[in-house]
Ligand binder design. Structure first.
Ligand code: ZN
Length: 399
């Protein structure tokens, strides 16, 4: 039997039970009713706060945020939202920003202090920046090892076919340490759905890595692209290994069409990431979940060239998802919570996630009666534990 290193007493679990959680070697080794057994190890009193698994930030951009840097005012597109124009604005802004490594550190501190201990970050890999951004973010990932688990996506921000050399760079990015191959609007950006997806799925197959594609395309173009992604996922036996981020087009479909494609997405094991953006239709979270689709979430942009919002708080993000989805009942509010926790862990295929025996002792305390209340109240003053060690308290990382 393993020796317990620490006992977290009087922890209220999501199901309402008051428990003592024993941690051994950074993993949960016992979950007993509070006070059932005398503690034989150092005790941390959770004082009946809600104790939940750490948040999963499933989509962020560590290389392009200005958080922690000077304020850079948002510049609107000249003729409605245009990805090409936004990418050009981003290049101008990046040229006057603080060093990427400093900005990435600031963003990580923000996320960890809010209770995020698992993250997937997209990092630009294209003809303009080559692998330099990835090299920087790989360094930061190493620095924050033990504090937060980070997956990196080789993200072709300037397209794959339109940016010479990008297919080779994306392949090299995986060899260098990126975990996931990305994509960007195969239809509207590269204007070649097949050509773009051939490269993405080709690298994934060759390197044995997962896929996460940005898809902002609306309506039928978005739906067409998702159908193609689903078909390829199934053909290659990659169910559970492919994600589509944003998938705005799913929010444009009539209910019957949405139901039909939801069944296909579920069957293909493709997960959908939404951050419940304020100015777009976005995927119907409840409809997708009902069909069996894994819906996860992320902040996406935090104070960058795309929008000035973002606070790195996935509990707040769950509130936004619930708010925009019209979630009112406890069951619906709990579903919003699932999107930023367990569903994120499933989409990212995280090992040892959750409040369960054998799982990593990665958890957050919340001053709330239960999960539905936490979603609407977004309590601060949290304590964050990574593998049983206190890593953040009251909004700041503890070292
Ligand atoms: Zn993104």
């Amino acid at each position: 039997m393993s020796t317990i290193d620490t006992v977290f007493t009087n922890a209220k679990l999501a199901d309402g039970r008051l428990c003592d959680i024993g941690v051994s070697g950074g993993r949960i080794a016992s979950i007993e009713p509070a006070g059932a057994k005398p503690a034989t190890a150092p005790v941390v009193d959770i004082a009946e706060a809600l104790l939940v698994a750490s948040f999963v930030e499933g989509h962020i951009h560590l290389d392009t945020s200005f958080y922690g840097d000077k304020w850079i005012p948002h510049k609107p597109c000249t003729n409605g939202f245009d990805v090409h124009e936004r990418v050009a604005f981003q290049a101008q802004n990046m040229a006057q920003a603080a060093p990427m490594i400093e900005r990435a550190r600031s963003q990580l501190e923000l996320c960890v202090s809010n209770g995020t201990l698992q993250m997937r970050s997209h990092v630009m890999v294209d003809g303009s920046v080559g692998l330099t951004s990835l090299e920087t973010i790989l360094k930061v990932r190493e620095e924050y090892k033990g504090l937060i688990d980070i997956q990196l996506v080789a993200f072709p921000q300037s397209g794959i076919l339109k940016s010479p050399g990008t297919p080779e760079l994306m392949d090299e990015a995986i060899a260098l340490g990126a975990d996931v191959v990305g994509g960007l609007d195969p239809g509207s950006f590269d204007r070649d759905v097949k050509g773009h997806l051939d490269v993405v799925f080709g690298i994934a197959e060759k390197r044995g890595v997962d896929i996460d594609i940005h898809l902002h395309d609306a309506g039928s173009l978005g739906a067409f692209t998702i159908e193609d992604i689903c078909a390829r996922t199934t053909a290659l036996g990659m169910q559970g290994h492919v994600a589509v981020s944003h998938a705005y087009g799913l929010g444009d479909l009539a209910p019957e069409a949405a139901k039909k494609i939801a069944a296909l997405i579920a069957e293909s094991g493709v997960s959908i990431m939404t951050n419940a953006p304020g100015n777009h239709n976005f995927p119907p979270v409840a409809l997708l979940r009902k069909a069996g689709v894994t819906v996860f979430s992320g902040s996406d942009n935090i104070r960058d060239s795309w929008w000035p919002y973002g606070d790195g708080d996935m509990l707040g993000r769950a509130m936004m998802i619930g708010y925009r989805s019209g979630f009112y009942t406890d069951e619906e509010l709990s579903a919003a919570f699932d999107v930023v926790t367990a569903a994120g862990a499933k989409a990212l295929r995280l090992e040892g996630y959750g409040i369960a025996l054998g799982a990593k002792a990665d958890f957050v305390t919340l001053a709330a009666e239960h999960v539905p209340e936490a979603i609407v109240a977004i309590p601060k003053g949290r304590k964050v534990f990574k593998e049983g060690r206190l890593v953040a308290q009251d909004g700041a990382v503890v070292r």
